[in-house]
Structures are given as C-alpha cells and as structure tokens.
Design a protein around this ligand. Structure first.
Ligand SMILES: [Zn+2]
Length: 221
C-alpha cells in the first residue's frame, strides 16, 4: 500500500484478495444481504495483498505500486494533471487497485466508483452512485491519460458532484445517449493530452479524431 506524495491517493495492490472474496460478494448479493456485500467490498478494496500468505505476493505488489506511482508522477508533471490532483477533496481517499485479466477481457477500460456506494433499491449490481472515497480499477497499460480521466471522475465523487445526466450525442462516429460526467471527463482528458503536446483521441465535440486509428480507444468507464 503506497500513498502518492501529498495527495489523498493510495495505491493498493489487492488482486488476490479481490479474486478470493468475489464469490462471497456474489453469494451475499444473491441472498440480498446488500449491506454485508458492501462491507465486504469496502474491506477488500482497502486491504493489501501483503496481509495474505506471509507476503508471498511482495514482488507483484512492489511492481504494481511502483508502476502506478510513476504513472501518477507523469500526471503530476502535466499542469492540467497537477490541477486535478490538487482538486481532489482531501477529506476523502482515492484507492487505486488492479483489474484482473478476466475483468480486463470483459472491458479493456478503467473504472471509477464510490467506495461506500449507494445500494440500489432494485437489487441490481450497479455501484456507480454515491460520493466520498473512491475506487479506481486500473492497469498501467491503459495509459496515464486514462488514469487522468478516472481522476476527474474521482474528483467529482469526492465533492458529491458526480451526477450524470443523459444527453443525446450525434457525431460521425458516435450516436446515442451518453453521460454528462463522461463528457466532462473526456473534455478534461482532451485538454490534458493537448497540454502534453500529444495527439487527441477525441475532439472537443466528442467526435473521434480521424486518421489516428492507432490512438483511438474509448478508454474509460
Ligand atoms: Zn469515464
């Protein structure tokens, strides 16, 4: 477990703890024991793998946490990145945890949600509503621009401002309903890339940048 500089961010390698508790979370969910399910999820996301098997996973832990630390340093070296890092509510904590290979296969993306998420009345698995501390599921290969994007979401959650509204988007490549929170995060990501003199993945009207196929990646959840 590693704190990032002076920011309210903790990098926590907990992959094996996640894999081990997942079936129990599903079991609690199916039994409609939602409070206990959330409690277990909070515990999993804030517990390091160093706590299991006599620190057997030490090498993986060091590797992940060092790489993510460097990724955050890269974000901090960008003025727009530094601004968003500085805006995170210091009364809260942003947890950055790894995403399993299986989860990555399902969606090659990062994901941000509140740690103490609101339990859905309809019994669904959705965990995106809530505020305060956040959890970002992230792998370094997704890139620092993606982590920056997730930090924008985390900032919104940290001040209880994450309130997605559905909007209709029609561009050459994209048509359908989107969330205003995604719009904001994508615009910020575009400014971040621009500030770093890097090519954009999307323009300022939410259209993919043409002719840059290799850079196109709808990278965030
Ligand atoms: Zn997003």
């Amino acid at each position: 477990m590693r704190k990032f500089a002076r920011y309210p961010i903790v990098i926590n390698y907990n992959l094996h703890t996640q894999l081990r508790t997942r079936s129990e979370e599903v079991r609690l969910h199916e039994a409609r024991r939602y409070q206990e399910e959330r409690q277990l999820s909070i515990q999993t996301n804030t517990t390091s793998d160093s706590k299991i098997e006599n620190n057997l996973w030490k090498k993986e832990i060091d590797q992940y946490e060092t790489t993510i630390y460097q990724c955050l340093q890269k974000i901090e070296s960008n003025p727009v990145g530094r601004m968003v890092l500085g805006l995170l509510n210091k009364q809260t904590t942003v947890w950055i945890i790894p995403k399993s290979d299986n989860d990555l296969k399902k969606c090659n993306c990062a994901q941000t949600g509140p740690l103490n998420y609101d339990i859905q009345k309809d019994g669904s698995y959705a965990r995106g509503a809530g505020s305060g501390d956040t959890v970002i599921q992230f792998r370094a290969e997704l890139g620092n621009d993606t982590l920056f994007h997730e930090l924008v979401h985390a900032y919104r959650y940290s001040y209880k401002k994450f309130q997605p509204m559905t909007i209709s988007v029609h561009t050459e490549r994209l048509s359908g309903s989107q969330s205003t929170e995604e719009f904001l995060a994508h615009q910020m990501e575009t400014i971040y890339l621009s500030q770093g003199h890097r090519s954009l993945t999307m323009d300022y009207t939410w259209a993919w940048v043409s002719g840059k196929k290799d850079n196109i990646r709808f990278s965030a959840g």
